[in-house]
Design a protein around this ligand. Structure first.
Ligand code: AMP
Ligand code: ZN
Length: 460
């Protein structure tokens, strides 16, 4: 079994990642609040966890990924004011989120638990916390008493004397400013659920504690999300879950840095976002994946359209090399340059970079070096097949290479036309032979004359 060093937000250390059950990884990633279209910031987080999942699968683990959906929340209720039913809002934008996952080649999670279909588990967890005296009741809901959890703050290292703590839920009846709602009592005109401790709806954090344990039990391997979730969301999840379990909960906490725009977090509430549909009007999903994975996941990445264009240029080089290798393999038209050792070495180095906390910028350097070797040389059979294997493996992990754009039939027809053109040329029928070449070019197919014969090339 291979290894990977992963940064754990809980310990602030690089740690050798070892799943609780050998060969099986349980990973829970906080999902969206579907009240608006998903944007490129969301894509950064979900593409990263897809990439981590693919990497762990490449290391022969079975990965059980769960992404939840916060389908009831203040933001949803606000967004639904114009609708006949509040359910319309999460319904529409959950479908948009699914569309994004599919478009961006994000592998399907094991399940997508919704808050509204896990109300029973949420209520049971709150009841348990009430029984254990971690939760108390005031006029507008049930609150978690953070002073009861001795190590509260261990994930975010938050300063509990900071006056900003608890500002959002200002309520003079709370025992501590940082206490947070686990259940909000019903308000007129708002959706609510029946509960033994009073009708209402859940607070934000309780859902992830309840839903993750529904599927994973008391312990699991990786809990992730964007860095904005460290406090208060994940801190409060830990407080609730560890209070209920009576011991430590998640092993590894993984957080993705922001995708920013003019250095500010891209977000729905700031309105500075680029929607996925808008982005895909000009760039392919593979280019977006390539761009978002080009920065290390713990480094902020600032979005500009110019950077997207630059990413497209670099990506095109890698994609050309990939097409080159594929087509050389299909036509069995090899050159005589042996670069098998160099290419294998660069590939190995790229994997070492990934083993070390997924250092994608370093891996990209190796990948680019491979691409430049491919584009500048007529590889022999051995080097070509090593490159083919290397790029296929890297694509299993990154999923950033373009799909093959030609069918077998198109390939055969183009090759036959290229041979026909060759014959016409030997007969000096240049008008016809040029016509064939120009028409093929218009279809994105070029003919290269090599000493082994004509070689057909499909463009990206
Ligand atoms: P939300 O729907 O805002 O709760 O976000 C869903 C997930 O996307 C969370 O894990 C967020 O941390 C993440 N996310 C939202 N905006 C960004 C951003 N600009 N950069 C990176 N991750 C983000
Ligand atoms: Zn969560």
């Amino acid at each position: 079994m291979d290894t990977i060093k992963l940064f754990n937000t809980l310990t602030r250390n690089l740690e050798d990642f070892k799943p609780i059950k050998k060969g099986e990884v349980s990973m829970y990633v906080c999902g969206p609040t579907p009240y608006d279209k998903s944007h490129v910031g969301h894509a950064r987080t979900y593409i990263f966890f897809d990439f981590l999942r693919r990497y762990l699968e490449y290391q022969k683990n079975e990965v059980k990924l769960i992404i939840n959906l916060t389908d009831i929340d203040d933001k949803i209720i606000n967004a639904a004011k114009k609708e006949d039913s509040w359910q319309v809002v999460p319904d529409v934008y959950t479908r948009y989120f699914f569309w994004m996952l599919d478009k961006l080649k994000i592998k399907m999670p094991y399940t997508f638990p919704h808050v509204t279909t896990h109300m029973q588990e949420i209520i049971e967890l709150i009841q348990d916390l009430l029984n254990k005296n971690y939760v108390y009741k005031i006029e507008n809901g049930l609150y978690f008493d953070i002073s009861k959890q001795k190590d509260y703050g261990k994930l975010s290292k938050v300063n509990l004397n900071d006056p900003k703590i608890g500002r959002i839920e200002e309520n003079k009846n709370k025992k501590n400013p940082g206490d947070f709602a686990v259940w909000k009592f019903k308000k007129k005109g708002e959706p609510f659920w029946y509960a033994p401790f009073g009708d209402g709806r859940p607070g934000w954090h309780i859902e992830c504690s309840a839903m993750s344990s529904t599927y994973f039990g008391d312990k699991f391997d990786i809990h992730g999300g964007g860095v904005d979730l460290v406090f208060p969301h994940h801190e409060n999840e830990i407080a609730q879950s560890e209070a209920s379990i009576g011991g430590p909960w998640v092993n590894n906490w993984v957080h993705v840095a922001y995708l920013t725009i003019s250095k500010a977090k891209m977000s729905k509430s700031l309105g500075n976002f680029v929607g996925i549909d808008q982005l895909l009007d000009s760039f392919s999903p593979e280019i977006l994946r390539y761009y978002l994975l080009s920065a290390h996941y713990r480094t902020q990445l600032d979005f500009t359209w110019d950077k997207m264009k630059k990413a497209r240029e670099q990506w095109t080089k890698v994609a050309r090399a990939w097409y080159d290798v594929l087509q050389r393999d299909e036509q069995k038209l090899y050159g005589d340059v042996d670069l098998s050792k160099e290419i294998q070495m660069e590939f190995d180095k790229s994997l070492v970079a990934l083993e070390n906390d997924l250092k994608t910028p370093e891996a990209y350097k190796n990948i680019h070096f491979i691409a430049s070797l491919v584009l500048a040389n007529d590889l022999d059979e051995k080097s070509n097949s090593i490159t083919l294997k290397a790029l296929k493996t890297l694509d299993e992990i990154f999923a950033f290479l373009p799909e093959k754009s030609w069918t077998k039939k198109e390939y055969r027809l183009a090759t036959e036309l290229a041979e026909l053109r060759q014959e016409l040329r030997t007969e000096e029928k240049f008008t016809m032979s040029d016509l064939i070449r120009d028409n093929l070019k218009e279809e994105g197919i070029s003919i290269e004359d090599t000493k082994e014969g004509p070689k057909v090339k499909f463009d990206i």
